[in-house]
Design a protein around this ligand. Structure first.
Ligand code: SF4
Length: 907
C-alpha cells in the first residue's frame, strides 16, 4: 500500500492503481464520462482533469499512483479546462443540445408533458436515460443550462439504426466514448459482436449476428444512443428473474401500475448483469393475453365464470374422486406455493401422486447425488466458477441456457483456468476450450468411466481424501480394472490420447469443477451418468473445496426449491421418505392428520394411469405438459381422456386449452415468496404489481380450495411469510432462513440457525456418512439409429426462448430474433439430401413427425441434428418416446433416432 494526498488529505492506495479509482472510491467529485471501473481506459472525453504536483494538469484516468503523489481536484482553472473539454466533446460529436441545456430537465416528466412546451419532433425528446443523463448533469455542472451556446455541428444528421429488436440506435447522441464496445468485449467477452465502422462518413457501432442482446451496452451508455419505449419508472422493486436457475437479481421498474423497465440488481449473484431474457423478456407480465377470470369449458369453448362457481365445481370433482387424482406442481412457482401444492395433495387429496417438471430435467441428479453424497444439490457456489483451475462442462451449454454462469466460465478461462468441454455439439465454449471431446450422443457414462479408469490406474486419485472420506474404493478400483479401455473408447468414439489429456487436466490441475445439465440427465441411463460424474469428483478429492465440486445447472428458476419442498411422489419436504413412518410422523403431527404412505406416481406414470383408468382428475399448476412432456400425442390423448382437467396458469397455454376449467394465477411479479436457485440460494421476491383481473396467487387459490374442502385450519395463512415459517419448522436446511434475513440478501441452504450465514460449499467440514462410489453400467441405453431412422436428434434450448414459450413468445423482440422452429444439420448431410439453408424439412421418428426450417451448421457432426423444444407449432417432444431411466424415471430427450425429408424449398 502507498499513500496519496488528494486536496490535502491522505488516502491509501494500491501500488499501480489508477488515480481515478482512488478518486471515485473515496467519492471525490471529479467529472468523468468515458471511464468505467473494470474496463480499459481511453481518456477520450478528457473530463477527469486534475493537477498533479510537479506534473501539471493531467487526466486522472491515465495516471498511475505513486508514493507521495499530491493531487488537486478543485480549482477554477481545472473547472474551466473541464468545461472546454466538455464543449469540445459536444462539438466534435455534433451532439444535440436541445435537451442538454434545458434548464428544467430536473423537473422533466417526459416528452408528453414538456415544461417548455417544445414540439418534441423538433426539439428535446424523452430522455432514454431515465433522466439519468450524465451529459445533462455535466451541462448543469458547467453552468450551461438555459444557455444558448451554439454548438457547431460537424454534421447535421447521422445514421439511425432502426432494425433492432429491442431498441433503435440513434448515433446523433453518440459521444464516441466506446464504453459500449469495451463493455461488450471486455466484460461480456463477446467476440466480433460490436465495433466501430464507418457509415455515411461517420463512425457508428455495428453489431454482428453474434449479439446476444444482454443489454450491457444500453446500460453503460452515458448518452441516449439506445432508445426504446421503456419509460421512466416511478419506483424500482427488487425481484428475481423468473427464467433459468442462475437466479439473477432483477429490479422491476414500475410506472402507473405497469412494468416499464427491468435492470440487473447489483446486489444479486449477477452483480447487475443480465442475459436477454432477464433484461428484455419480463414484459410478458403486461400481456393482454393474461388470464383474468376463471374459465369453464362449455360445448367446446371457454366461458368466464365466478370464483364461487369455479370452487363449487372443483370441490365436487375432487371429493368424488379422492384416491384417483394426480397433481403437477411447477419449478416456476415459489417455494411457498410448491410447499402448499404437496401439502394439499397429501393432506386434502390423500395422495402422493404429486410431481413436477424436475422429473424431466434433473431427477437423475436427485437420485444419484443422494446415493453417493447426501444432498441432491449443487455442491458449490456460482461465485466459485472463477476459482476453479480446471472446469469441465459436460452435457451443458451454459452460454445459451445459463448465460450468467456461462459468462463466468468464459471469464475463468480468460483468467487462466483450463476448460474441458464434453459435448457432441460444437457449442460456443468449444471455441475457447483447451480440450473439446465430442462423444457419440448417449455415451457419457462410458467416457466418464474411462477417465476414472485412467486416473486410478495412473495413481492420480487423491488417496488422502479417499482414506478419510470415501467408502468402497477398493471394490471400485477392482471394477475399473475389469473394464477394457478399448471397449469404452469404441463406445464413445474418443481417442485414448484425448481421454488421457482430460484425465490429467482434471485430476492434476485442482481445484477442478464439473458443470453439467440435461445433456447428462435426459437419457435412459441419466442416473448412471450422474453417478459417473460423482465418482470422478470423489476419487480426485474435488468435493468440499472452493473451486471444485459437482455442479448441476438447473434449467428453471425454482427446480431446486420445488424439489426441496417435496413436490415429488416419494419425498416429503426436506427429502423425507413418504414410505417411512418415522420420517412422515413430523408432518402428520404438524398437520394433525395421517398422510398416505404409499409412493405416488411420477408425471409420466400419471399419464399412463389416466389411460388405464386409475386417475380420473388431473390438477396442473403452472406447467405445460402438452409441449414439454415426451410423446406429445400420448400426453394429449391422456389429458383429453381424464374426466376433469383443472389447469391453473397465467396464460391459456396449449395444456390449458384442453382443460375443463382454467384458473387465472398471478405471475412472479405480482406476489411475494421465495425461489431457490441452482446454487441452493434462497432469494425473496417482492410484489411489484397487482395481478390482472380477478387472478390470484397460486397460494391464495390453493388455500381457497383447501378451505372449501374442509381444511380451514391447516390452510389459513396470512402471508407467504407465514407459509415460510411452516417450511422452516419442517425442513431443517431452511430453519435458519427468515424473510427478514432474505430482505438483506439471499442465503444458501443448509442454514440451521438464524446466526448461520448459510453454506457456500457443501461437505467443506466433511461428510455425515462417507461418500460412496458406484460401479457404473456404462453401456448406452438410449435408442440408436437404424436403417429407417439414420439420424440422432439432440434436443435443447435457445437463449432467446424459454421452455414452451408461454412467456418469451409474448415478447415481440424475442420473436423477431427467433421467430420459428429450426433444425440444425451438418453441411455434408444437407448436401447429400439436397437441403439448403431455410428449406422446410420433416423430421420423423417412430413416435411422430414435425416440420422445421433447416439451418446448415458445422457445429454438428454428420448424422446428428439439433432442435429446440420451444415451439408449440412444431413440438419436438412429439418425436420423443416415453421409455424412462429405471431409477429417476426420466425419458431420453437427448438422443432420438429420426429421419428427415425435404418438404419445401426456401427459394
Ligand atoms: Fe434470468 Fe438466467 Fe438470464 Fe439470469 S441468466 S437473467 S436468471 S435467464
Amino acid at each position: 500500500m502507498i499513500k496519496v494526498v488528494i486536496d490535502g488529505k491522505s488516502y491509501s492506495a494500491n501500488k499501480g492503481e489508477r488515480l481515478i479509482d482512488i478518486i471515485l472510491r473515496n467519492k471525490i467529485d471529479v467529472p468523468h464520462l468515458c471511464y468505467e471501473e473494470g474496463l480499459s481506459t481511453t481518456g477520450s472525453c478528457g473530463l477527469c482533469l486534475v493537477e498533479i504536483k510537479g506534473k501539471g494538469v493531467l487526466k486522472a484516468c491515465e495516471q498511475e499512483v505513486y508514493e507521495g503523489m499530491e493531487v488537486i481536484t478543485e480549482s477554477e482553472q481545472l473547472e474551466e479546462e473541464r468545461k472546454k473539454a466538455f464543449l469540445f466533446l459536444l462539438t466534435y460529436t455534433s451532439h444535440p443540445t436541445e435537451c442538454l441545456f434545458c434548464d428544467r430537465y430536473s423537473e422533466c416528466s417526459g416528452a408528453d408533458n414538456c415544461l417548455k412546451g417544445l414540439d418534441i419532433k423538433k426539439g428535446c425528446k424523452l430522455c432514454p436515460k431515465d433522466g439519468d443523463c450524465v451529459i445533462q448533469r455535466l451541462a448543469e455542472r458547467f453552468g450551461l443550462l438555459g444557455s444558448n451556446i451554439e454548438i457547431k455541428k460537424v454534421r447535421e444528421k447521422r445514421y439511425r439504426e432502426i432494425n433492432e429488436p429491442f431498441f433503435i440506435r440513434d448515433y446523433n447522441y453518440c459521444l464516441l466514448c466506446s464504453k459500449c464496445i469495451r463493455v461488450c468485449y471486455e466484460r461480456r467477452l463477446q467476440n466480433s459482436c460490436i465495433a466501430y465502422v464507418e457509415q455515411e462518413g461517420h463512425l457508428i457501432h455495428f453489431t454482428e449476428k453474434a449479439c446476444v442482446f444482454c443489454g450491457s451496452c444500453i446500460d453503460i451508455c452515458p448518452s441516449g444512443v439506445f432508445q426504446n419505449d421503456e419509460s421512466r419508472p416511478d419506483t424500482w422493486i427488487k425481484s428475481v428473474c423468473p427464467y433459468c436457475g442462475c437466479g439473477c437479481g432483477i429490479e422491476l421498474g414500475i410506472k402507473d401500475g405497469s412494468l416499464v423497465k427491468v435492470k440487473g440488481d447489483k446486489d444479486g449473484i449477477n452483480k447487475g448483469e443480465l442475459c436477454v431474457k432477464g433484461r428484455f423478456g419480463i414484459s410478458f407480465v403486461n400481456s393482454n393475453e393474461r388470464l383474468k377470470t376463471p374459465l369453464l369449458k362449455h360445448n367446446g369453448s371457454f366461458k368466464p365464470i365466478s370464483w364461487e362457481l369455479a370452487l363449487d365445481i372443483i370441490c365436487k370433482k375432487f371429493k368424488e374422486n379422492i384416491g384417483k387424482i394426480g397433481v403437477l406442481g411447477s419449478a416456476k412457482l415459489t417455494n411457498e406455493e410448491n410447499f402448499l401444492i404437496q401439502k394439499f395433495s397429501r393432506l386434502v387429496l390423500k395422495t402422493n401422486n404429486v410431481d413436477h417438471c424436475a422429473r424431466l430435467c434433473h431427477s437423475p441428479t436427485g437420485v444419484a447425488l443422494s446415493m453417493s453424497l447426501e444432498y441432491s444439490a449443487m455442491t458449490n457456489s456460482i461465485s466459485d466458477v472463477e476459482e476453479a483451475k480446471t472446469i469441465v462442462v459436460i452435457g451443458a451449454n451454459p452460454t445459451e441456457n445459463h448465460p450468467i454462469i456461462g459468462l463466468k466460465i468464459k471469464r475463468a478461462k480468460a483468467n487462466g483456468s483450463a476448460l474441458i468441454v464434453i459435448n457432441p455439439k460444437r457449442i460456443e465454449l468449444c471455441e475457447m476450450a483447451d480440450l473439446w471431446l465430442s462423444p457419440a450422443p448417449g455415451t457419457d457414462a462410458a467416457l466418464l468411466t474411462a477417465i476414472a479408469k485412467i486416473i486410478v490406474e495412473n495413481g492420480l486419485q487423491d488417496t488422502e481424501f479417499i482414506e478419510k472420506n470415501v467408502t468402497g474404493f477398493n471394490e471400485y478400483k477392482d471394477y475399473l480394472s475389469s473394464i477394457s479401455l478399448d471397449e469404452v473408447i469404441d463406445i464413445c468414439g474418443i481417442s485414448k490420447e484425448e481421454l488421457y489429456s482430460a484425465a490429467e487436466l482434471y485430476a492434476k490441475r485442482k481445484p477442478s469443477a464439473i458443470y453439467y445439465a440435461m445433456g447428462i440427465t435426459q437419457h435412459l441411463n441419466g442416473t448412471q451418468n450422474v453417478l459417473a460424474i460423482s465418482n470422478l469428483a470423489i476419487i480426485t478429492g474435488n468435493i468440499g473445496i472452493r473451486g471444485g465440486g459437482i455442479n448441476p445447472l438447473r434449467g428453471q428458476n425454482n427446480v431446486q426449491g420445488a424439489c426441496d419442498m417435496g413436490v415429488l411422489p416419494d419425498l416429503l419436504p426436506g427429502y423425507k421418505a413418504v414410505w417411512k413412518a418415522e420420517e412422515r410422523i413430523q408432518f402428520e403431527q404438524e398437520w394433525n392428520e395421517k398422510l398416505p404412505a404409499e409412493k405416488g406416481l411420477t408425471l409420466i406414470e400419471q399419464k399412463k394411469a389416466i389411460l388405464d383408468g386409475r386417475i380420473n382428475v388431473l390438477y396442473i399448476i403452472g406447467e405445460n405438459p402438452v409441449i414439454t412432456d415426451p410423446d406429445v400425442e400420448g400426453t394429449k390423448e391422456a389429458l383429453k381422456k381424464v374426466d376433469f382437467l383443472l389447469v391453473q396458469d397465467i396464460f391459456l397455454s396449449d395444456t390449458a386449452r384442453l382443460a375443463d376449467l382454467v384458473l387465472p394465477s398471478a405471475s412472479f411479479a405480482e406476489k411475494e415468496g421465495t425461489f431457490t436457485n441452482t446454487e441452493r440460494r434462497v432469494q425473496i421476491l417482492n410484489k411489484a404489481l397487482d395481478p390482472p383481473g380477478s387472478s390470484m396467487s397460486d397460494q391464495e387459490i390453493i388455500c381457497m380450495i383447501a378451505k372449501k374442502m374442509g381444511y380451514e385450519k391447516q390452510f389459513s395463512y396470512t402471508s407467504s411469510e407465514d407459509v415460510f415459517q411452516e417450511i422452516r419448522k419442517l425442513v431443517p436446511e431452511y430453519r435458519g432462513i427468515t424473510y427478514e434475513r432474505l430482505r438483506k440478501g439471499g442465503i444458501q441452504w443448509p442454514c440451521y440457525e438464524e446466526e448461520d450465514p448459510g453454506t457456500e460449499i457443501l461437505y467443506k467440514d466433511g461428510f455425515k456418512k462417507k461418500a460412496r462410489l458406484f460401479k457404473i453400467d456404462y453401456l448406452p441405453k438410449d435408442k440408436t439409429t437404424e436403417k429407417d431412422y439414420p439420424f440422432l436428434l439432440i434436443t435443447g434450448r435457445s437463449i432467446f426462448h424459454f421452455h414452451s414459450g408461454t412467456m418469451t413468445m409474448k415478447i415481440e423482440g424475442l420473436n423477431q430474433i427467433l421467430p420459428e422452429p429450426f433444425v440444425e444439420i451438418n453441411p455434408t448431410d444437407a448436401f447429400k439430401l439436397n437441403i439448403k439453408e431455410g428449406d422446410q424439412i420433416r423430421i420423423i421418428s417412430k413416435k411422430g413427425e414435425i416440420k422445421a426450417k433447416a439451418i446448415i451448421s458445422e457445429k454438428l457432426k454428420e448424422k446428428t441434428l439439433f432442435a429446440t423444444f420451444h415451439f408449440p407449432s412444431s413440438p419436438v417432444n412429439r418425436l420423443v418416446e416415453d421409455d424412462f431411466d429405471p431409477l429417476a424415471k426420466i425419458p431420453a430427450f437427448k438422443a432420438i433416432p429420426v429421419n428427415i425429408k425435404l418438404l419445401k424449398l426456401s427459394h
